[in-house]
Design a protein around this ligand. Structure first.
Ligand SMILES: [Zn+2]
Length: 565
C-alpha cells in the first residue's frame, strides 16, 4: 500500500511517496518517488506515478515478446523520473539556477546561474571547447561582440524574416507564438481558437551612443560573427580549406511567451561552429569507421510526411548511402553525437527536416533531440548553409568574401556546415540524466560524470581537534591549486555526505586518526558509498584519474567504515 509522507529538511517541507513491503517476514517502508514541496501537486504526482507503474507492470507481462528497443524504454521508465517543475526546484534548492531578479519577483525569460550551476556550466563549455577546438586540427575559436553593425542583421535576413506570430487563446487566454505558416491551421492545446495579435521581430533592439545614437541589436545567433570574421581568421590563423571557426556565446531572442524553465528563455548560450569547405571537395577525409558505424535513431522525412513519428535504428553510413546528406555533413553530425556520448548523453534522436521546412539556401538540416525525463526536446541541430551567408555579406558590405584554395588553385566562396548546440539544454540534459533518488540512502544522488562535477572533492575532518583541521586544510589548499574543492568541518558526517551527493561531488575525503598516524585518508565514492584508504601524497593523482573516468577502487583497499556520526 502506497502512502504520502512529509519530511522537514533544513526548514523546507518535502513530500515523498512511500510503500510498505513484506521483506523476509518483516514489514519495511521504502520510498517510491520524490513528490516536490507542494501538498496538492504531490497528491496529483502520486496518482500519476501509481498509474504509470500499473501501466509498466502490464507491459512487463508482455516483455517476452518484445523488441530490444521497447525493453530499453521500459528500463528508462524505471529510472527516477524528474518533471520540469521538480528540476527547476532542484536547481534552485542546490544553487544551480535562480530566477533572474528574484527579489523583484523574477523577470520572465531570464535566469541566473548559481554557485554550483556556473561550475557545471563552465565544465560543459570546457569539454565542448576541448573536443571541438583543441582536439581538432582544422578548427579555431573566436569570441565576437554581442552587438555588431546593424547592417549585419540586414544582410543575414534577421530584420526582415526573424519573426514570430503572437496569438492568444480565445478560450484559456494563454499567450504563445506560432509560425506564420500555422495561422488558421493550429489550435491551442485546450481546443480553443487563436486570436492573432500580429507579427513580432525577435531581435532585441537597443540604442548605441548618446549624441548620434543609432539603433542596434543584440545578436540573435552567434553565427554572423564567424561569417564576418571569416577572412581575418583565415589569414591570421593560416588555415587552409577546409577549416572551421567555433564560438560559445550569449544570444538574445525577444520571445513572445518564454516558458518551460531554461528551454525557452530570452537570453541563452549557443555553442556552434561554421565549417568552411570548397564546394568541389565532396570527399571527407576525416570520415572513419567510428563515424560510419555510429548507431543512431532517426526520424526521417518520409515517415513524417506519412504523419508518423516512428524512429528508425540506422547508422550514419546508411544515411550517406540513402543520400540524406553529404560526407562533410555526415562527419560533423557523427561528431556531434560522439561528443554528446562523451559526456554521458546517449539518448540522442535525430530528426530530418522535410523539404518544405528547409531554408531556401539549405540542402539538408537535422534536429538533434534529447530524451529528457519530461519529454523529447531539441538540444542541437546541424544545417548545410551552403554559400548563403558569405554571399549575403559580400553583397551588403561590398567586400570580397572569396579566398584562394591552394589545393584546387581557385578563388571561391566556401560552403558551410553549421553544427549548433543549445548550451543550457545540454546543461539540463546532464542534470536530468544524473538525477537519481536513492532508496537506501533516502537521498538524491547526482550521478554526474566526474569531469563535469561542480565540486571535484569534499574534505571532512571527522574528529574534533586542531591537528585534524590542520591536516584537512593543508589537503584542501593543495587540491585547490587544480580544482574546485569543498571543505566542511562541522555537522553530522551523514549530512555532509548527503549534501555532496546531491550536488554530484564524486569523492569525499575524510581525515581521521590514521591521517595523524600514517598520513592516510579515506575516500568515499559517491555512486556506491564504498570507501578506500589511500595516502595523502597520492590524492592529486587519484583525483586526476577519477576525473578521467578511471575506477577509484584500483587505488587502494576497500575499507568497511560504518562509523557512527
Ligand atoms: Zn487555450
Amino acid at each position: 500500500m502506497a502512502f504520502i509522507v512529509k519530511k522537514k529538511i533544513n526548514g523546507g517541507e518535502y513530500y515523498y511517496l512511500r510503500e510498505s513491503r513484506r521483506d523476509n517476514g518483516k514489514i519495511r517502508a521504502i520510498t517510491l518517488a520524490y513528490l516536490g514541496k507542494n501538498k496538492k501537486k504531490a497528491e496529483k504526482k502520486a496518482r500519476e506515478f501509481l498509474k504509470n507503474r500499473e501501466k509498466i507492470k502490464n507491459e512487463e507481462i508482455n516483455k517476452e515478446n518484445m523488441t530490444e528497443e521497447k525493453k530499453e524504454t521500459i528500463i528508462t521508465k524505471e529510472k527516477t523520473k524528474i518533471s520540469i517543475d521538480e528540476l527547476a526546484n532542484f536547481c534552485k534548492r542546490e544553487g544551480f539556477i535562480f530566477r533572474s531578479s528574484d527579489i523583484y519577483g523574477g523577470f520572465s525569460g531570464f535566469w541566473d546561474f548559481g554557485s554550483m550551476g556556473i561550475e557545471l556550466f563552465n565544465n560543459i563549455k570546457k569539454e565542448w571547447w576541448n573536443y571541438f577546438v583543441h582536439q581538432k586540427e582544422n578548427m579555431v575559436g573566436i569570441d565576437a561582440s554581442i552587438i555588431s553593425h546593424p547592417r549585419t542583421w540586414k544582410a543575414s535576413g534577421h530584420i526582415a524574416n526573424f519573426n514570430d506570430v503572437a496569438v492568444v487563446c480565445k478560450k484559456c487566454k494563454m499567450a504563445t507564438k506560432i509560425d506564420k505558416s500555422e495561422i488558421g491551421k493550429v489550435k491551442c492545446s485546450c481546443g480553443g481558437d487563436y486570436d492573432v495579435k500580429g507579427e513580432f521581430n525577435l531581435m532585441f533592439k537597443t540604442r548605441v551612443g548618446a549624441l548620434d545614437a543609432a539603433d542596434a541589436y543584440l545578436r540573435g545567433e552567434t553565427a554572423q560573427g564567424m561569417f564576418m570574421d571569416f577572412r581575418l581568421v583565415q589569414q591570421t590563423s593560416r588555415k587552409q580549406l577546409p577549416f572551421g571557426i567555433a564560438q560559445i556565446g550569449k544570444c538574445f531572442r525577444n520571445e513572445i511567451a518564454p516558458r518551460d524553465f531554461l528551454f525557452r528563455s530570452r537570453e541563452f548560450h549557443i555553442g556552434e561552429f561554421e565549417f568552411f569547405i570548397n564546394p568541389e571537395e565532396k570527399k571527407c577525409v576525416l570520415l572513419e569507421d567510428k563515424h560510419l558505424n555510429l548507431k543512431i535513431k532517426l526520424l526521417d522525412a518520409e515517415t513524417q510526411i506519412e504523419g508518423k513519428t516512428e524512429l528508425k535504428s540506422t547508422t550514419i553510413g546508411n544515411m550517406l548511402k540513402e543520400n540524406r546528406l553529404e560526407e562533410w555533413h555526415a562527419y560533423w553530425l557523427a561528431e556531434q553525437v560522439l561528443w554528446f556520448n562523451s559526456i554521458g548523453l546517449t539518448e540522442i534522436k535525430i530528426r530530418e527536416h522535410k523539404k518544405e521546412e528547409l531554408a531556401h539556401y539549405s540542402s539538408a538540416t537535422f534536429d538533434l533531440d534529447y530524451e529528457y525525463s519530461f519529454g523529447s526536446l531539441e538540444i542541437g541541430g546541424i544545417a548545410n548553409r551552403g554559400q548563403y551567408d558569405l554571399t549575403q555579406h559580400a553583397k551588403e558590405s561590398g567586400e570580397k568574401m572569396e579566398i584562394f584554395d591552394e589545393k584546387y588553385k581557385n578563388k571561391l566562396i566556401p560552403k558551410v556546415i553549421e553544427p549548433t548546440f543549445g548550451m543550457e539544454r545540454v546543461f539540463l540534459a546532464v542534470l536530468t540524466k544524473a538525477y537519481n533518488f536513492d532508496e537506501k540512502r533516502q537521498n538524491i544522488i547526482l550521478k554526474i560524470p566526474a569531469k563535469l562535477a561542480p565540486v571535484k572533492a569534499a574534505v571532512f575532518p571527522i574528529i574534533k581537534g586542531e591537528e585534524y583541521e590542520r591536516i584537512s586544510e593543508d589537503i584542501v589548499k593543495d587540491l585547490r591549486k587544480e580544482w574546485n574543492i569543498a571543505y566542511d568541518k562541522s555537522g553530522s558526517l551523514g549530512r555532509r555526505y548527503a549534501r555532496n551527493d546531491e550536488i554530484g561531488t564524486p569523492i569525499c575525503i575524510t581525515v581521521d586518526e590514521d591521517s595523524l598516524k600514517d598520513k592516510s585518508v579515506t575516500i568515499r565514492w559517491r555512486d556506491n558509498a564504498e570507501q578506500v584508504k589511500v595516502k595523502i601524497e597520492n590524492l592529486r593523482e587519484i583525483i586526476r584519474s577519477v576525473i578521467n573516468g578511471e575506477d577509484l577502487f584500483k587505488f587502494g583497499k576497500r575499507v568497511n567504515t560504518r562509523k557512527k556520526d
